[in-house]
Design a protein around this ligand. Structure first.
Ligand code: 5GP
Length: 178
């Protein structure tokens, strides 16, 4: 077990990179199976999902495209509750099979708001692939079709996820120490 400090806060290793790699491969296999012949458009949600979406796409062997959007509502270790606008959607998603690729579904408010906005552009289908899901924190019902890990209500960093801007480069996942 390894302890690190970010902005003076202690974090402890919780999920090693090998487990992340295995679960990302499992999710990719499910998408390969479900989307064969459909040419899905992956919509990576910046900033947190950049590492997940890169590794996920590397493991897709079907025709697929990628684009990135941004919808940030998080500051420090608590949700602000204020969900902002969807930024960066440049291409038409009308008639497309869209897979939103998110780092973590916490309260679900970000995904709820993004789904509402995207449905207005008439895609053929929308599903969510999230690296992490914290079921104990969900405030709204969100159907996460593909998730790599279900985790308890703890703040995590690493593999793309930050604590006030730092920690995204860590290859493993760390839990905030009590
Ligand atoms: P939601 O709208 O579902 O409450 O919040 C989702 C966003 O909050 C995620 O995309 C992520 O940016 C941030 N978030 C939620 N839980 C955590 C966490 O444990 N660690 C980090 N680094 N970000 C989190």
């Amino acid at each position: 077990m390894q302890t690190i400090e970010i902005h003076g806060k202690k974090f402890i290793t919780s999920i090693p990179r090998t487990s992340i790699e295995n679960e990302v491969k499992r999710v990719a296999a499910e998408i390969n199976r479900d989307y064969k012949g459909k040419r899905p458009l992956l919509l990576g949600v910046l900033n947190g999902a950049f590492m997940f979406v890169a590794d996920l796409m590397r493991n897709l062997d079907i025709e697929c495209e990628i684009s990135f959007v941004k919808m940030s509502s998080y500051a420090g270790t608590t949700t602000t509750g204020a969900v902002k606008q969807l930024l960066g959607l440049n291409e038409s998603i009308e008639g497309r099979d869209v897979i939103i690729v998110e780092d973590i579904v916490d309260t679900g408010l970000t995904m709820q708001s993004m789904l509402e906005t995207l449905k207005g552009y008439n895609p053929a289908s929308i599903n969510i692939a999230s690296l992490f899901l914290k079921p104990a924190r969900l405030k709204v019902p969100i159907d996460v079709k593909y998730s790599a890990f279900t985790i308890p209500d703890r703040f995590i960093v690493g593999y793309g996820l930050d604590y006030d801007g730092l920690g995204r480069n860590l290859p493993d996942i760390y839990d905030a120490a009590e």
